[in-house]
Ligand binder design. Sequence first.
Ligand code: AP5
Length: 222
Amino acid sequence: MKKIIIFLGPPGSGKGTQAKKLAADFGFVHLSSGDLLRNILKNPLANDPETEKALAAMKAGLLVSDQYIYKLVFGEIKKHLTDGKGVVLDGAIRNLPQAEEYQKFFQENNLSDEVLAVEISLTDEESFNRLTKRRICVSCGEIIPYLPATRDLTACPKCDGELKTRADDDPEVIKKRIVEQGNIALAPIISFYENLGILRRVDGQPAIEEVAVEVKKAVKAS
Ligand code: AP5
């Protein structure tokens, strides 16, 4: 089984939901570039002009600069891989230059044989539907789907924390994210991993548990 699992997919396709599950099942570390950015947002003392620019881009639904992402994510990957753990990268690659730079990083660290990319495919329309209804637990980060069993919850089922809508889940920002980071933007990244022979595709439309079974199968077979 590979040690570096890269989740790809449009905003709202279920990358975070599936990455958390996979990491918990296999004892891997879940590294979400979006969560790393949101953690910085919670700590204004850490802010500097470069950080301000990154967070403004994020709020507007645009991509943060590639260099900022490398600084944020590469150190984390190294830290956890030297601990002997695998890592699940969630949303950490959003354009072709990033895909190439990560691959270079993996090669330099003798990790290129350890990489598997998993695309969670979903239409942009369904992504939009899910994101307009998503809630997140402020305390533990649990992602709450809009399903009959969860849509009326008033507190987090795991820790009783407060449930909120993410700041960038505003309909206009979601539209922007889908234009900037949806299926059209993803196509060259998907081709990149396809050409390397390390891409697996999982349909993100079925129920969460069904998608999880397919993701697990793909990763176990790698
Ligand atoms: P990020 O936090 O990564 O946001 P995103 O890509 O927009 O992805 P989301 O978290 O919105 O969706 P997801 O695919 O994880 O879906 P989820 O599991 O929550 O990035 C935020 C911002 O940071 C970016 O816009 C950008 O500015 C910046 N950024 C981050 N990385 C960057 C990078 N590498 N380069 C540059 N900038 C970067 O699921 C969505 C909803 O659907 C949930 O409610 C969930 O419960 C529900 N759901 C999931 N699966 C199912 C299912 N099968 N059936 C029904 N509901 C489901």
